[in-house]
Write a protein that binds this ligand. Structure first.
Ligand SMILES: [Zn+2]
Ligand SMILES: [Zn+2]
Length: 479
C-alpha cells in the first residue's frame, strides 16, 4: 500500500516539475493558478551571509606557505618511514564511528556531525581517521600484505565542538597508522615519527607524554577499582563526570575541570594495575624511548577519549613556557579494533597531528614556512603581434624547466619592467613588434643592464646557459 502511495507522490512531483519547465507554453490560467499557489515561497528568498559556518575558516593564499611546509615535511617523513598514502571518504555510515570510537565518548555523544541522507542512510562526517581506515583495511583484505602495513593519510575532520582558539569544527589532520605488529618497538617508532614531525617543522620545544591504559584483561579490574574510587568522590565531580562515571569512567581522568582534576590526582592509576604482558610492553617501550634519547613524562591521567585504545597512549605537547601548553597531536595502540570490527586479529598503532594547531605553533615560534622557488626570468611583450606570440613562448620556457613570470595584462613596457624589477629576476626577455617579425627576442641582464638580441629558436638553450653561469638554480619541479 505504502508503495502505491509513494509512486503517486512521485508522479505528482514529476507533474509539477513538468508544469514548471513548460511554464512559457502554459495557458494564462495555469500560470495564474501556479503563481497563486507558489508565490509566497518563490518571493521569500533565504538570505545568505558572506561568512563560513561557525568554527570553519578559509586557508588563504598568504597562509599557505605554512600549510605547504606541513604537507612537505609530513609527506617526506611518511615516505622515509615506509608509509603508503591512503585516502578515504570524508563521510561514512555513522555507526562506524558510534560503535568503534564508543558510545560514551564525547566525540560520538556531543561532537559528531551526523545526519540522515535523502536515501535514509544515517551518515556522519568523519571525526577522526582511524575508524574509516580500519574499515577500508578489512574491506580491501589488506591483512594479506607484508607486515607491518603502514598507511598515511591527511585531510579534514569534523567535530561539532565549541570553537575556541586552535580548535575548529572543521580542522585538518595528518594521520599515520601501522598494522600487524605488537612489538613495542613500533610504539617507539611511532612516537619518534610524531616528535620528528613536530621538530622538523621548527617546533623544538616539545613534551612527550606517555601512559599505558592496559588491555581488556587488566582494564576490567582497573575499571572497577576506578569506579569504586570515583563513586566515593562523586559529590566532588562536575555534572559531565557524574555521567561519565557510568558511561566512560576513564574519561573522568582527563576532565579539565579543577575539582575533577583534584579527584583524579589521587585516583588509582592504570599503570599500577597492568597485567604482566601490558607491564612488560610498557617497560620495554620506555627503554626504547630512553635509547632514542626522547625525553618523556609518564602522565597517568592521559587516557585519550576514544574507546578503542589499548596499552600505549601518548600525546605531543608544545613546550611553551609562557601561556597555555597546547596538545599538538597524539595517538596510541588499538590492538583489538580490527578484530572487533570483524577483521582478522591485527594489532595496530597510530597517531594524528592537528594541522591548525601546528601552524599556529609554527607562527608563534617563528618557524620557517615554505618559500617557493622564485622566477629568474620575466617575459615582457609590446604590441599586438608580440602579445600573440608571448603565450607560446612563455609555455615553451616553462616546459624546459625555466621558472618564468609575466604581466600580460599590462600594455606599456615601463610598467612591465617595473614588475620585473619587483620580482628581482635576473633576466627580462623583451618581445616587440620587430622581434616578433624577425623571430628574435631581446635578453636584458637586469643586474648590468646589458641587452642582446638572440634568435627565438636558440632562446631556451641560451637562457639555460646564462642561468647556470649566473649561478642561478634552474627550477626543478617538486624538489
Ligand atoms: Zn593487560
Ligand atoms: Zn569533570
Amino acid at each position: 500500500m505504502s508503495r502505491t502511495k509513494t509512486i503517486r507522490k512521485k508522479t505528482s512531483k514529476t507533474a509539477k516539475m513538468v508544469v514548471k519547465k513548460s511554464i512559457k507554453k502554459a495557458t494564462k490560467k495555469t500560470i495564474r493558478k501556479n503563481t497563486r499557489k507558489k508565490a509566497p515561497q518563490q518571493i521569500k528568498k533565504e538570505p545568505f551571509v558572506l561568512q563560513p559556518l561557525r568554527g570553519m575558516k578559509d586557508i588563504l593564499p598568504q597562509e599557505q606557505p605554512y600549510w605547504e611546509q606541513v604537507r612537505r615535511v609530513t609527506e617526506k617523513l611518511a615516505r622515509e618511514y615506509g608509509f603508503s598514502r591512503i585516502d578515504i571518504p570524508i563521510m561514512e555510515f555513522s555507526n562506524l564511528f558510534v560503535r568503534n570510537i564508543g558510545e560514551g565518548t564525547d566525540i560520538v555523544e556531543k561532537e559528531m556531525y551526523a545526519f540522515t541522507t535523502k536515501g535514509k542512510n544515517k551518515v556522519a562526517l568523519r571525526p577522526e581517521f582511524t575508524a574509516g581506515i580500519c574499515r577500508s583495511f578489512i574491506q580491501n583484505g589488506m591483512h594479506i600484505l607484508a607486515k607491518p602495513v603502514k598507511l598515511f593519510s591527511t585531510g579534514p575532520v569534523y567535530r561539532y565542538d565549541r570553537p575556541q582558539k586552535g580548535r575548529y569544527r572543521e580542522h585538518h589532520q595528518v594521520n599515520y597508522d601501522v598494522f600487524g605488529e605488537q612489538d613495542p618497538i613500533l610504539d617507539a617508532q611511532i612516537i619518534q615519527i610524531a616528535s620528528r614531525t613536530v621538530q622538523d617543522l621548527g617546533i623544538k620545544s616539545i613534551q612527550i607524554q606517555v601512559n599505558s591504559i592496559g588491555c581488556p584483561t587488566c582494564r576490567k579490574d582497573y575499571r572497577e577499582l576506578l569506579i569504586n574510587y570515583l563513586e566515593s568522590k562523586k559529590s566532588k565531580l562536575c555534572q559531565d563526570c557524574k555521567r561519565r562515571l557510568k558511561t566512560n569512567p576513564l574519561r573522568v581522568l582527563d576532565c579539565k575541570e579543577d575539582k575533577c582534576a583534584q579527584v583524579s590526582a589521587s585516583a588509582p592509576q592504570s599503570i599500577s594495575h597492568l597485567c604482566e604482558d601490558c607491564h612488560t610492553h610498557f617497560k620495554t617501550l620506555l627503554e626504547y624511548l630512553d635509547e632514542l634519547d626522547l625525553s618523556y613524562i609518564i602522565n597517568p591521567q592521559l587516557v585519550r577519549g576514544l574507546d578503542y585504545y589499548t596499552k600505549t597512549v601518548f600525546e605531543i605537547w608544545s613546550g611553551s613556557e609562557e601561556g597555555k601548553k597546547l596538545s599538538l597531536g597524539g595517538g596510541g595502540r588499538y590492538d583489538k579494533l580490527i578484530e572487533s570490527m570483524g577483521g582478522h586479529e591485527m594489532p595496530a598503532i597510530g597517531f594524528a597531528i592537528g594541522m591548525e594547531r601546528i601552524v599556529e605553533e609554527m607562527k608563534r615560534v617563528q618557524a620557517k614556512s615554505y618559500s617557493p622557488p622564485r622566477p629568474k626570468v620575466f617575459l615582457a611583450q609590446l604590441g599586438n603581434l608580440a602579445k600573440k606570440k608571448s603565450l607560446k613562448l612563455f609555455a615553451e620556457l616553462g616546459k624546459n624547466g625555466i621558472l618564468i613570470a609575466e604581466s600580460f595584462g599590462r600594455g606599456s613596457l615601463k610598467s612591465q619592467l617595473k614588475v620585473a624589477n619587483k620580482l628581482k629576476v635576473s633576466f627580462t626577455l623583451i618581445l616587440g613588434q620587430k622581434e616578433s617579425l624577425d623571430e628574435t627576442v631581446i635578453v636584458k641582464n637586469m643586474a648590468t643592464g646589458v641587452q642582446e638580441t638572440v634568435s627565438m629558436n636558440k632562446l631556451v638553450s641560451i637562457i639555460k646557459k646564462k642561468l647556470k653561469t649566473d649561478n642561478v638554480v634552474v627550477y626543478h619541479h617538486n624538489k
